[in-house]
Design a protein around this ligand. Structure first.
Ligand SMILES: [Zn+2]
Length: 114
């Protein structure tokens, strides 16, 4: 079957997920995009109405960042008065207010380099 929203054929073995905005049957990627949307409805939300138009457009960089952060199970922390993301492997990435994002801490027991 194909995703209602992006028309991509669902990967073998993956289940379509019903949209919380409008009940569309979504591929995993479109479901992630929905969860990243600021108006994503809560658990008990009705599946009636329409989905935000941006969810039918090409994925933007901000969405990609949010989806990646969610995948990596990062939490927001403060280090040296900068905002930073802390990851489950112990690594941290800083987003300084007037600088470039950089690695603050590497994983304590890193996986072997390939
Ligand atoms: Zn899709």
């Amino acid at each position: 079957m194909a995703c209602t929203r992006c028309s991509q054929t669902l990967p073998a073995g993956s289940m379509a997920e019903a949209s919380r905005f409008n009940g569309d049957l979504l591929c995993p990627r479109c479901a992630e995009r929905e969860r990243a949307h600021p108006d994503y409805p809560g658990k008990d939300a009705r599946r009636a109405g329409s989905a935000p138009a941006v969810l039918y457009r090409t994925t933007c960089k901000a969405e990609e960042l949010v989806i990646a952060i969610r995948h990596l199970a990062a939490s927001m922390v403060t280090r040296d008065r900068s905002q930073a993301f802390a990851f489950p492997d112990g690594s941290e990435a800083a987003l300084p207010p007037n600088g470039h994002p950089r690695v603050l801490a590497y994983a304590s027991s890193p996986p072997r380099a390939r």
